[in-house]
Design a protein around this ligand. Structure first.
Ligand SMILES: [Ca+2]
Ligand SMILES: [Ca+2]
Ligand SMILES: [Ca+2]
Ligand SMILES: [Ca+2]
Length: 74
């Protein structure tokens, strides 16, 4: 198999070279990056999946964009 991208160094062996791997230490061949900050979801400490600007770690509703964090209940 051939390692994609620029470098043959591939620490996590997910076939994406460290230089272009958005998560060089964690296997994530899909390179998912919900908030597009160039850090892969699997190793992004401040991921923001719904893109409302509130990090998942503090977002009271990480899968729904609610930048004002109002808890309206259902
Ligand atoms: Ca890699
Ligand atoms: Ca990786
Ligand atoms: Ca990210
Ligand atoms: Ca969020």
């Amino acid at each position: 198999m051939k390692v994609q991208c620029c470098s043959r160094e591939d620490g996590d062996q997910d076939l994406l070279g460290d230089v272009c791997d958005n998560c060089p230490q964690v296997v994530n061949p899909g390179q998912e990056d919900g908030d597009q900050d160039l850090l892969g979801d699997v190793c992004d400490s401040n991921a923001d999946l719904d893109g409302d600007g509130v990090d998942d770690s503090v977002d009271n509703c990480p899968s729904v964009a609610n930048s004002n964090q109002l808890d309206v209940g259902w």
